[in-house]
Design a protein around this ligand. Sequence first.
Ligand code: NAI
Ligand code: MG
Length: 349
Amino acid sequence: MKILLLAGDGIGPEIMVEAEKVLAVLALPVTLDRALVGGAAYAATGHPLPPETLDKAKAADAILFGAVGDPRFDNVERHLRPEQAILGLRAALGLFANLRPAKMFAGLEDASALRPEVASAIDLLIVRELNGDVYFGEKGTRTTADGQREGYDVMAYSESEVRRIAHVAFRAAQGRNKRLCSVDKANVLETSQLWRDVVIEVAAEYPDVTLTHMYVDNAAMQLVRNPGQFDVVVTGNLFGDILSDQASMCVGSIGLLASASLSEGKQGLYEPIHGSAPDIAGKGVANPLAMILSLAMLLRHSGGDEASAARIETAVAKVLADGCRGADLGGDMGTTALGDAVVSALNNQ
Ligand code: NAI
Ligand code: MG
């Protein structure tokens, strides 16, 4: 398997090092390649997703991605901003299905933003559509009749876009507890009404899965009130972005949640759900566990290596159960120490 490592910006390179240590311990038959992406690529080549990086991404079986975003380049033209690199990769590789699992780790209940007895029940999967919605709709700034500037981003979903993500979500539910909650805003948005209609159509092919619907504002509330009610949640790009950050804090830290971005084929991109965290970059305090868990997802989904994925997840769970905590979880272990703890847990398995 050919894996492309795209470390990116901010804490991206710091946490990538820890994932590479884990990969080295597993000694798998993989070939690694690297390329510049995001602000690092912009600084070196003038583009956040240079053709060479895109070519390497297309040629790879899987991509392990850190994060992009650099405040030094926040004011460059929007199409050259570091963040355009990840949007460009998602579009170019057809990565339409973003899987974001959130599960409480044993011993971490005290770190959750929720009461421990509520937090302990968290075991859900957010399936976020990744190629559409306001992120990819027409956007711009225009002048209104009374001379004001007006920004706009078009929210749009086609039937086929909704159908393919619905199939991914129903299949995921079949592999879990067979409950799917579709989150939309169908009481107000035309896009969401179509979304709901198509999800109901697709449901006919999955009679073993129980489908429910929830408005996104209620879903945000329910995720805090009683997250244990959710098994698989399927939603659009914008709602999924927000709900998954919220879910991370229910688990304890955004530094714990991994994600897989999948296409119709076996190729995938794997990354922590957080960004480049410029506020803590360079300090050696970033939590590398989301990055390491993203590697586990890579081995499972693109590598078909369930055994190695499970080994990594078991090692991370052991480290957390042993009380290893970074600053994000109220402890004092740094990035390197946490990575070392996972490596030693793997060596002791
Ligand atoms: P962020 O996720 O980078 O950080 C939010 C907060 O969480 C910060 O206080 C940060 O220190 C903390 N945090 C994030 N990851 C952490 C970790 N592993 N360990 C400990 N603490 C962690 O989101 P923010 O600040 O809104 O965005 C920063 C930059 O990242 C921006 O340029 C943004 O556009 C970009 N971004 C990139 C993403 C990607 O590459 N896929 C996703 C989200 C944001
Ligand atoms: Mg986000």
